[in-house]
Design a protein around this ligand. Sequence first.
Ligand code: UN1
Length: 512
Amino acid sequence: DLTQSAVRERLADAQAAFDADAPYPCGPIINGEALTDWGAPMTSPADEGFQVATLHESTEDDVERAYKAARDAQPGWNAKGGPARAKILRDMADSLEANTDRLLALMARETGKTLLDGVAEVREAVDFLRYYAVEAETKFGEPVRLPGPAGETNHLGLGGRGVFVCISPWNFPLAIFTGQVAAALAAGNSVLAKPAEQSPLIAFEAVKLYLEAGLPEGVLHLIPGDGKIGAALTGLPGVDGVAFTGSTDVARIINRTLAAKDGPIVPLIAETGGLNGLFVDTSALHEQVIDDAILSAFGSAGQRCSALRLLLIPDEIGDHLIEGLKGAMDMLKLGDPADASTDIGPVIDADAYAMLESHVERMASEAKVLHRAPLSDELAAKGRFFSPALVEITSMDQLTDEKFGPIMHVLRYKRSELETVARQLADKGYGLTLGVHSRLDRFAERVRAIVPAGNCYVNRNITGAVVGVQPFGGEGLSGTGPKAGGPHYIYRFASEHTVTINVAAQGGDPEL
Ligand code: UN1
């Protein structure tokens, strides 16, 4: 039954069932064994009185043990070959799909993710698994015969690099966790996965499902913990690669840790922050600009690296657009993420809340806070709900770096100064998402020629990249590339080998 009310009822039942059994014991999973015997309580950002989980943090000893097991298991996993690994990834995808309702309930409580965002998140995780399954099959099957001189055969084969460390963020606690792990596994690596310290439970549940789907126990280990555990993982002498999504600052720390080690040069795949602009010109459709700007800046409570941070509007239509944005903000519903009518849930924790509040305070004195979305006292008292803010800046100097949350800055520009403001934004050094709203093709080209962006969106919202359709990732301060969910990503997890055989020595090439 797919009527709206039936779906709502089903999701409410799943939420009630989840809530009834909370708090959940959560901890490392090493060699298939979950360590959950003791743990610190974790509360929900949407309701500080609700205890979601107890977390048994990993120790350095756990890191060592998991590493040894991962090292031992990797050759066997690699030798299985791409097609056999693809089958397991598909079974993992089916298992996530079958458990969607429970996973939505869990994310609503652990990270404050709204139901609508949760649905997209499970979808994305499933898409990653199926996308990398195809990659495993098509790129990691039989070695490819290459052309070469008569008398010898040449083959190129792809395999895993060894043991990969995957460090994932809380804002996509299932999708990015799964995307990194699935790519590493597809290529034939074993994995030590560290979810963000704010979202270990969803990763814990996912790893349990993966093991049930037939993933060998030694191949994937869950190592929850804070930055200390991250440092222990990336500092392991034998690590063969690191995939990281999070802040630019932490990516730099990881890069330094890897570079300081004696031994092989270890690749880092980093997806970091953004300072994403949306350029509007006078030909744009106002209602569409408002709709897309609101969704891009405030959707997921602005907690996406792809989110809109700066809306650039021409003087001529500035007042009109700003009035429209204020009106649209008044319509936003902040509330319980598990309620299907909620648009915006809480921000992740007290630190995030304090950082955002202090930025808005600074903007109130140095720039101008134009509007805040409505937030009831009751909600504010219950969890980390932050009222979305519209801030007008008058100079690009007032926007220094990414503020991860629901704050949209607007800057009015004179048409004759488009190139200048575009250059000022480019000079910030990021290059993740970029939006353009115009009915003139030439306008998008002018902006794109100046502002670097891994993902550019024209006349639409700038978040929600779809796996395989908009491979996602940026450049400069935004990351190393290659793009997740795209055809080049998997190669960074792989090693390449050629085999050349002098067949003339055996009496000729049997294949010719
Ligand atoms: C992130 O926010 O850390 O396009 C990256 C999007 C998502 C962003 C994920 N793929 O909105």
